[in-house]
Ligand binder design. Structure first.
Ligand code: PHE
Length: 453
């Protein structure tokens, strides 16, 4: 692998948070929270992050930094079984990238349409905005154009390299993202009805918890933290040996969770204050919000800020997806491709799959499987609910059982610069050895319908 390291002390934290924070937080998290019962979902989500997500994040940073290899060979073992997590990570990131670019393209389209005025604000009713969204989804050529632009933008930063491309992008993008988020959240919470939304978000109603909500919360925590995708492993290969792994992981998981909550604090109050219902699902961001922006003071500016936020957040994630997929590809062909060749090969192949993804909103919309799921639905389900959790399971088993314990401790001590307490080790090892595997396996069994809980 490359001997490149993050230049700044914050380089890894910013890049890992950039990978983690994305459409998953700003587009998916608010609508999932509202669909799955507000506080109940938030509670389960936090639970999953603390007892499964965080330890796995530490595990992936550990694997990446100690091996300094792509996920294909980072699980160091002669047993070929350990090539599987890398292969799963490749398939997952390839698939995720193919549809993620399409949604990132919608965000770019909305940003451009807001600035140029082709998305008009202040229209009479919600259906005008849903027409705009439906027209976008129905127009293959628009989707093609904006998805293509997003691919080019992503390739530009990845080709520029680890320091001058990815690190630089994240150094500017992440602070910008936080500023926009805070401005928007303050505006949203102070709207009439804002406090009611806060209450909805934090009020725990245990009766809303069931297996579907648990699966959704677990899948979302993996997707959001980029666990099982190899992205964290790859970024950790560029991490200086002296940096504190526990601290870096805490920041990454903490910032990612904070952004999800802030995004929900933006979207839900806006919807509440206009008396709309929250059951919109994916359309919440692209239909309900533009309507609301059009009807609030300064809405035009807030709309630009919001869609800029989506684009920036998406870009720091697509960059991570392309970096990991092309690194695995290069490793798989034993470095016969150069870094740039591999980036181009992976981008072109993913774009080919994106062509099908775009079709699932229009020409291929009638082509459904498993009881009405489009290609888009099936691939999202396969990646978020099956492949990423399996990747996470592999990490838990590898660090918990395969990696020698002294190596784990040594790596966590970061060349002797960090003290790792007994309690921390106990928490990490118990969650990685027992808790995470049991929960992931139970969720898998329940998804496949083999066992009903
Ligand atoms: N974590 C990103 C999000 O929440 C998506 C992602 C998944 C990015 C896997 C990289 C790898 O949007």
């Amino acid at each position: 692998m490359s001997s490149n390291l993050w230049k700044s002390k914050l380089g890894f934290i910013l890049a890992a948070s950039g990978s983690a924070i994305g459409l998953g937080n700003i587009w998916k998290f608010p609508y999932m929270t509202s669909q799955y019962g507000g506080g109940a979902f938030l509670f389960l989500y936090l639970f999953c992050v603390i007892v499964i997500g965080y330890p796995l994040l530490v595990g992936e940073v550990l694997i990446g930094r100690s091996s300094r290899k792509s996920p294909l060979h980072a699980y160091e073992s002669k047993n070929m079984f350990w090539r599987l997590p890398g292969i799963a990570a490749f398939i997952a990131t390839f698939i995720v990238m193919s549809y993620y670019m399409v949604i990132a393209g919608w965000s770019l389209k909305y940003l451009v349409a807001t600035i140029t005025g082709s998305l008009q604000f202040g229209l009479e009713n919600n259906s005008d905005y849903s027409d705009f969204f439906t027209n976008l989804l129905g127009s293959y050529s628009s989707l093609l154009l904006y998805t293509f632009l997003f691919f080019i933008l992503t390739m530009y930063f990845v080709i520029k390299g680890i320091n001058s491309g990815i690190e630089k992008l994240n150094t500017y993008a992440m602070p910008l993202l936080f500023i926009i988020l805070i401005v928007l959240a303050v505006r949203a919470v102070t709207l009439e009805g804002g406090l009611e939304a806060v209450e909805y978000l934090f009020k725990l109603d245990f009766s809303k918890i069931n297996t579907t909500v648990i699966i959704a919360a677990l899948g979302q925590s993996f997707f959001s933290l980029s666990i099982g995708s190899g992205a964290i492993i790859i970024y950790a290969t560029y991490l200086n040996g002296k940096e504190n792994i526990l601290k870096s992981s805490t920041y990454t998981a903490g910032l990612d969770t904070l952004v999800g909550i802030l995004a929900a604090l933006i979207v839900i109050p806006i919807v509440f204050s206009f008396g709309h219902d929250l059951s919109q699902g994916p359309g919440l961001t692209f239909v309900t919000l533009p309507y609301m922006f059009g009807n609030m003071v300064g809405g035009f500016i807030f709309a630009i800020l919001f869609f800029a936020l989506l684009v920036v957040a998406a870009l720091t994630s697509t960059v991570a997806l392309l970096e990991v997929t092309s690194a695995i590809c290069r490793d798989a062909v034993k470095n016969k491709l150069t870094r740039n060749q591999s980036i181009v090969v992976v981008s072109v192949s993913t774009f080919a799959l994106s062509l099908l993804q775009m079709g699932s909103f229009n020409v291929l919309g009638g082509f459904t499987m498993f009881g009405g799921m489009t290609i888009f639905d099936v691939t999202d389900y396969l990646a978020s609910n099956i492949l990423l959790p399996l990747g996470g399971l592999a990490t838990a088993l590898y660090v918990g059982y395969i990696m020698p314990k002294h190596k784990v401790i040594q790596e966590l001590q970061s060349e002797g610069t960090t003290n790792v307490g007994v309690k921390t080790m106990l928490y990490l090892m118990t969650t990685l050895k027992y808790f995470a595997p049991v929960v992931v396996i139970m969720v898998m069994l329940s998804i496949t319908g083999l066992v009903k809980f």
